[in-house]
Design a protein. Structure first.
Length: 163
């Protein structure tokens, strides 16, 4: 399948359901679920009972939703990849997306909370928590990211089966 902007609202396919079936997770008392179709279906597949949280929605890609990268003007793509404040698609800039996720992290860390989100939102949460570039993070489908706040700093643990 070709990369397509806005795939977070596609239903889980056979591979996605198989990835979910392999996960063995323990859940905190509080679980937040992104409003994106893939996150809602993933939560159902893995048995994570939680509340839909609009602050965790995927990056708004405006006019690019549903397009493949080769359908987008290369100058616009270059601007978007080169400037985190740019939004040539008319949606949300990377800067605004990370600010939204930072706000969520600033309130969420006060309790033990799990989040079921799409890959792009997971990428954004890691970037927001650690300060690394959004483009420097990749989270695989059905990946588990463990972020823990200690002493005012975020600790990232990879390969965890707890969230």
């Amino acid at each position: 399948m070709a990369l397509r902007f806005g795939a977070h609202d596609d239903p889980l396919d056979k591979r996605g359901r198989a990835d979910c079936a392999r996960l063995r997770l323990s859940y905190p008392d509080t679980v937040r679920i992104a409003p994106d179709r893939s996150a809602i279906e993933t939560a159902a597949e893995i048995g994570a009972d939680g509340v839909v949280d609009n602050a965790l929605k995927a990056l708004d890609l405006g006019r690019w939703e549903g397009l493949t990268p080769d359908q987008v003007d290369p100058m616009d793509l270059g601007e978007w990849f080169g400037d985190p404040g740019a939004n040539p698609h008319g949606g949300e800039s990377i800067t605004a997306f990370l600010a939204r996720l930072t706000d969520w992290l600033d309130t969420a860390w006060t309790v033990d909370v799990g989040a079921v989100v799409g890959c792009g939102t997971a990428q954004g949460l890691v970037a927001a928590a650690t300060g690394v570039s959004f483009w420097g993070v990749e989270v695989a489908p059905a990946g588990v990211v463990d972020l823990e706040r200690r002493g005012g700093r975020w600790r990232l643990q990879l390969g965890s089966t707890d969230f």
